[in-house]
Ligand binder design. Structure first.
Ligand code: PMP
Length: 351
């Protein structure tokens, strides 16, 4: 049984909007567009394609799947929103998350009126994913299981074996979602192809991190074709703006992809260098091993470390979770930026 059958009945029955046809060589008097173009807005009087086919094909090629196994979204954040809206009945269904993890799963669930079920990662186990615990926490009404790999902010991976075990165990009851926002920095293979071949697994990818396009807002959800079709019905027509389509298509050309790969390799090298340097700092109590483009650290004297970083004009991510008391997530910057960070912490270290 495909996980598409688990979607909300009204979504399964949805009669999706049919956007105005776009046929080359035809006069378009069918979309109430302006017939003139403003200054510097070449072609923007026209709607972009409702679903840009070439962009989908380029993304599908990049991730090694067929175009009908993929939907491009405004960042992977939007894909999370679409999934929760498609699968969770307000007041009835739940999603499972493994905190500490990316906060938007919880937020979109709250917006939809879906309950949150948690299988926390334990610091005593170095925040390692525990498949048994996650399975045990699932309820009958748990429609989505969000696994973040590498996990933001703890940096650990969920193994392929664990993902497939969860997908098998929850077959007919849940769709397993693997958020691979940081997979390019992990050295681990993506599960995109496995998701395309599965019946209840989807993978989220984003161009915001390794492709350096956070400002363009583009991501993708990859999975069984019928799940993708369902999500497609929820996504606004013309979701991706024309300038976004053009700039993403350019970023996906071979020379730019090679640059992105080289940049990811440099981030990995810097991450390891920075992890070692931070671990040696007297202001740092703990650095967790990370497979992302960030490090989770616990400061020995959090208030002083924070004040010092702020004084030096450096922002790091802090958390409200009790589990992350005194911790910060630090993005791996360029080598000179990382030096600045180390300098700021060294300046505060006791003599
Ligand atoms: N997933 C994870 C794990 C993230 O950390 C982020 C952004 N911080 C996202 C998804 C969303 O990224 P975007 O919407 O830019 O693709």
């Amino acid at each position: 049984m495909s996980a598409a059958a688990l979607a909300r009945p009204e979504i399964r029955a949805l009669d999706a909007y049919a956007p105005a046809r776009q046929e080359s060589g035809m006069l378009r008097l069918n979309a109430n567009e302006a017939s003139w173009t403003g200054d510097g807005a070449q072609g923007l009087n026209r709607y972009p394609p409702a679903r840009p086919r070439e962009l989908h094909e380029q993304l599908a090629a990049l991730y090694g799947v067929a175009a009908d196994n993929l939907l491009a979204t405004r960042g992977s954040s939007e894909a999370i929103d679409l999934l929760v809206r498609a699968f969770c009945r307000p007041g009835a269904d739940s999603i499972l998350v493994t905190p500490p993890t990316f906060g938007m799963y919880r937020v979109y669930a709250a917006i939809q009126g879906a309950r949150l079920v948690t299988a926390p990662l334990e610091e005593a186990r170095d925040f390692a994913f525990d498949a048994g615990r996650a399975l045990g926490a699932c309820e009958d009404a748990t429609k989505l299981v969000f696994l973040c790999s590498p996990n933001n902010p703890t940096g650990g991976l969920v193994s392929e074996a664990d993902v497939l075990r969860l997908a098998r165990a929850r077959h007919g009851r849940s769709l397993v979602v693997v958020d691979e926002a940081y997979v390019e920095f992990s050295g681990a293979p993506s599960l995109a192809r496995k998701a395309a071949e599965s019946c209840n697994l989807v993978v989220l990818r984003t161009l915001s991190k390794a492709l350096a396009l956070a400002g363009a807002r583009c991501g993708a959800v990859i999975g069984p074709a019928d799940v993708i079709r369902l999500l497609d019905g929820l996504l606004a027509p013309y979701a991706l703006a024309r300038p976004v389509i053009d700039c993403v298509r350019h970023a996906l050309t071979p020379p730019n992809l090679e640059r992105a790969e080289a940049a990811a390799r440099a981030v990995i090298a810097e991450r390891e260098r920075l992890a070692a340097a931070l671990a040696a700092s007297p202001l740092v109590q703990r650095v967790w091993a990370s497979r992302g483009n960030f490090l989770l650290v616990r400061f020995a004297r959090p208030a002083r470390a924070r004040a010092s970083l702020r004084e030096q004009g450096i922002l790091v991510r802090e958390f409200d979770d009790a589990a992350l008391q005194g911790c910060a997530r630090i993005t791996i910057g360029a080598p000179d930026e990382n030096e600045r960070l180390l300098g700021a912490l060294a300046a505060e270290a006791p003599a």
